[in-house]
Design a protein around this ligand. Structure first.
Ligand SMILES: [Zn+2]
Length: 350
């Protein structure tokens, strides 16, 4: 071989290996893009795009882990791995502060450890008719209030919640309600949305420790911020067999117009829109309620909810469960609708 040939071959080999490296690099980028299939335009780098159940489940697992990281909850979630179905990893040290008999249920005020260094209070109701208690325990629902609310307001029949928690309490469900309306972060290094979510996840932990609760029949429901937190709880906690998210189904773009920005945290909107978060509930039962009279800015209009539900249904369809994601448009404004919610919950927790 002449020197020139050697030189040509060396150059060619070098070009080939550069090309191979480049090709490998592109394959890696392509694989990453396939996993997080989105376009730079809509900023949803990790939007749901799977077409097979196994890929959809893989997306859900990866997405939950990403979100626990972004919400600054990964450490708590890891420490709280349950020892068994009724024993959360982190002890609750629950204490009853008050008990009051009402017509069809008993109302308790309790407190328990949300984290090893922070205790929270909650309202719990237990059906009075213990004779009707199923052998495996009552089904139970986490009931969540909105902005400016408190743990009691979801039991108030004269409010925009129409006392949906009271209606559940009087219909044979154990209910629990905790305050999630804070706008300050309690523990250094956490996030507001993370702490709100963690508190309602600990409400679920509390329910599972009760002998009179059937830990296999759990759900959540809420309005407005409560509808948002129901979305998060249903998405991140697979123990939720049914989720009722009222007065929230919308888009990130709408939340940027006329809404309190407390819904946002670093890294969320670059990767996801809310349809993706709701898609984490698939194939479990999901009811979203929106009032026909809702208007933007500042509200949650139907014309944004419909296409968002179509996106969510695309995920449910992959699991063969499109009928389990329901959008109920009711004729009123920003308020909860008891009848459709109670019927849906009863059907899902049968
Ligand atoms: Zn807020």
């Amino acid at each position: 071989m002449t020197r020139t040939n050697r030189a040509v071959r060396t150059a060619s080999t070098s070009r080939h290996s550069s090309f191979a490296r480049l090709r490998g690099c592109w394959l890696l980028i392509a694989a990453t893009l396939a996993l997080c299939a989105g376009s730079a335009d809509d900023r949803r780098e990790c939007r749901f795009a799977a077409t097979e159940p196994a890929a959809a489940e893989a997306w859900q697992r990866t997405t939950r882990q990403t979100l626990f990281d972004l919400l600054k909850l990964a450490d708590l979630h890891k420490s709280n791995a349950p020892r068994d179905r009724r024993t959360p990893g982190l002890p609750l040290n629950a204490k009853t502060l008050d008990a009051r008999r009402e017509e069809n249920h008993t109302r308790f005020e309790i407190e328990f450890d949300s984290t090893p260094t922070r205790r929270i209070r909650a309202v719990v109701t237990i059906p009075a008719a213990t004779a009707t208690r199923p052998a495996v325990g009552f089904p139970a629902v986490v009931c969540i209030h909105g902005h400016g609310g408190n743990a009691d307001v979801v039991y108030d029949t004269g409010s925009i919640y129409h006392g949906f928690a009271r209606a559940l309490a009087d219909s044979g469900y154990v209910t629990i309600s905790a305050a999630v309306g804070q706008h300050q972060v309690y523990e250094p290094g956490r996030t507001l949305m993370g702490e709100r979510l963690w508190d309602v996840m600990r409400c679920v932990d509390y329910l599972t420790t009760r002998d009179d609760v059937d830990a296999a029949r759990l759900g959540c429901a809420g309005l407005s911020l409560g509808g948002e937190m129901a979305m998060w709880l249903g998405a991140m906690d697979p123990r939720m067999r049914v989720t009722v998210s009222s007065g929230f189904l919308t888009t990130v773009a709408n939340m940027r117009r006329g809404h309190c920005p407390c819904w946002e945290f670093d890294g969320l909107t670059a990767r996801f829109d809310f349809a993706d978060i709701y898609s984490l509930t698939a194939p479990r039962a999901l009811l979203c309620q929106i009032g026909e009279l809702e208007r933007a800015p500042g509200g949650f209009p139907v014309d944004l909810a419909r296409p968002a539900m179509e996106e969510i249904r695309a995920c449910y369809r992959v699991f063969g469960s499109a009928d389990r994601a329901v959008l109920r448009i009711h004729p009123r404004g920003h308020e909860f609708e008891n009848d459709s919610a109670l019927e849906f919950i009863a059907g899902a927790l049968r």
